[in-house]
Design a protein around this ligand. Structure first.
Ligand code: PLP
Length: 392
C-alpha cells in the first residue's frame, strides 16, 4: 500500500511510524535504537547484508527517512547532513547547458549556491520575481526550484501552476517546504517532483541539530539521488537522525501553538505606531492570498515586519528580554533577526532592494512560549523606539 493512502491523520503519523518494518529489533522498542556503527559485518558466504558502510546506509538514518516519508505521505526520503546538503544534491543532477529557474527571494544559502556553482558549471539560471505571472518557460529548463512562502518576505508562489508549466517543458519542480512543513502544505500533491526540507528548522524543532531531507515519489530519481548523496558524502549521522526522530513527534503540537502565538503577535504589531507593515503569506496581493489559502492549511509561525523609517532596529532589539536576536527559525524559542545584515548579507544592496528586503525589515520566528510574555516583550522594546508624534 502506498504510504500516501494512509487513513491516519498527520498528528498520529508524527508520533509513530506505522509504515516502518523493524525486523532487526528483537525488543520492539517504541523508539528506534541509535546504531552508531560506521560499518556492519558482511556475510562471509556472499549473501547480501542489509547494511555495509554507513555512508551508504544505516538503520537509524533509515528509520528517520521512513518516518519523514510517512509524515509527508511520500514514497521515498533521503536524509542529509543539512538542508543545504539536500538542495546541493538536487542541484548535482544538473549538467552543463541545463537551465534552472528559482524563486527570486530564495533562501540565502540556495542563492549563494547558485551564484557560486551554476555559472562555473555552465548551468544557466534565472531568478523569477513572480512565477504566478508566467505562462511559459524556456524549453531548455531542467529544474524549477520554488519556495513558498518565501524568506523573509513571505511571497507566495502557485505550486500547481508552476508544476503545470514544467510539464510542458519536461522540467522537474522542487519545492523547499521548510517554512510550511508537511503539516501545512503538500507540494507533491500539488504536482511537485520533489520536496526539500531543512530539518534543522521545524522538523527538529529544538535548535540542536542540522539536517536536510529530499522527498519524492519518483523511484528512478530517488535511486540516482541516493547514489549522488553517497558520492558527495553528505548523509545524516545516526545521532542526528535520532534527534530528528525525537523532534518530529511534536511537530504538529508545536506548529499549532506557534501558529497561534504568531497570529496574536501579528495583530499586536499591525496596530503599533512604530510598525510600518507586517508581512505574512498573502500580504502582497489578493491573488497571492487566494493562492496561499488554496494550497496551504495555515500561515505558519514565521512573519516579518518593517519598523517605521528612522527607527533603529539595534535599539529595539537590545531591549528585548525573552526574544533572542538570532538567525534560524522553527524552534521552540522565539527568535528575531535582521535579514539585511544577518541572512541576506551575500546580496548586493540593489539585489536586496529588488527582493524587497529593506534595512527596516525584521523577521520573527515565533516559538511556543506564553504569548502574553512574548507580546509584552515586543511591546516593551517597541516603546523605546516609538516616535512620540506619529501624525504625518
Ligand atoms: C535553513 C534553511 C535552509 C538550509 O538549511 P540548513 O539546514 O541550514 O542547511 C534551506 N531552506 C530554507 C527555507 C531554510 O530556512
Amino acid at each position: 500500500m502506498s504510504k500516501r493512502n494512509t487513513p491516519l491523520s498527520i498528528a498520529t503519523r508524527v508520533v509513530n511510524d506505522f509504515s516502518a518494518a523493524r525486523p532487526h529489533d528483537q525488543y520492539q522498542a517504541v523508539v528506534p535504537p541509535i546504531y552508531l556503527a560506521s560499518t556492519f559485518a558482511q556475510h562471509a558466504d556472499g549473501t547480501p547484508a542489509a547494511y555495509g558502510y554507513q555512508r551508504s546506509g544505516n538503520p537509524t538514518r533509515g528509520a528517520v527517512e521512513s518516518a519523514v516519508a510517512y509524515v509527508e505521505g511520500a514514497e521515498h526520503a533521503l536524509a542529509f547532513a543539512t538542508g543545504m546538503a539536500a538542495s546541493a544534491t538536487i542541484f548535482s543532477s544538473l549538467k552543463a547547458g541545463d537551465r534552472v529557474l528559482l524563486t527570486s527571494s530564495v533562501y540565502g544559502g540556495t542563492f549563494l549556491f547558485a551564484e557560486k556553482f551554476f555559472e562555473a558549471r555552465a548551468i544557466e539560471y534565472q531568478f523569477v520575481p513572480d512565477f504566478n505571472a508566467i505562462t511559459e518557460i524556456p524549453s531548455d529548463t531542467a529544474l524549477i526550484f520554488v519556495e513558498s512562502p518565501t524568506n523573509p518576505t513571505l511571497r507566495v508562489t502557485d505550486i500547481a501552476h508552476v508544476a503545470g508549466l514544467a510539464k510542458q517543458s519536461g522540467a522537474r519542480v522542487v519545492v523547499d517546504n521548510t517554512f510550511s512543513t508537511s503539516y501545512l502544505q503538500d507540494p507533491l500533491a500539488l504536482g511537485a517532483d520533489a520536496v526539500v526540507y531543512s530539518g534543522t528548522k521545524y522538523l527538529g524543532g529544538h535548535s540542536d541539530v542540522l539536517a536536510g531531507f529530499i522527498l519524492t515519489n519518483d523511484e528512478e530519481w530517488y535511486a540516482s539521488l541516493k547514489i549522488a548523496s553517497k558520492a558527495l558524502g553528505n548523509p545524516l549521522s545516526p545521532f542526528d537522525s535520532y534527534s530528528i526522530l525525537r523532534g518530529l513527534k511534536t511537530l504538529v503540537i508545536r506548529m499549532d501553538r506557534q501558529q497561534q502565538n504568531a497570529l496574536e503577535l501579528r495583530k499586536a504589531l499591525e496596530e503599533h505606531p512604530a510598525v510600518e507593515r507586517v508581512l505574512t503569506p498573502g500580504w502582497y496581493s489578493e491573488k497571492e492570498a487566494q493562492i496561499h489559502a488554496r494550497q496551504s492549511h495555515g500561515d505558519g509561525a514565521l512573519f516579518s515586519f518593517e519598523l517605521k523609517k528612522g527607527i533603529d532596529f539595534h535599539t529595539f532589539a537590545s531591549h528585548l528580554n525573552i526574544i533572542r536576536f538570532a538567525v534560524s527559525l522553527g524552534s521552540v524559542e522565539t527568535l528575531i533577526c535582521h535579514p539585511a545584515t544577518m541572512i541576506h548579507e551575500d546580496l548586493t544592496p540593489e539585489e536586496r532592494e529588488k527582493a524587497g528586503i529593506s534595512d527596516q525589515l525584521l523577521r520573527l520566528a515565533v516559538g511556543i512560549e506564553d504569548v502574553a510574555d512574548l507580546r509584552a516583550d515586543l511591546l516593551g522594546a517597541l516603546s523605546y523606539v516609538t516616535p512620540l508624534n506619529n501624525e504625518e
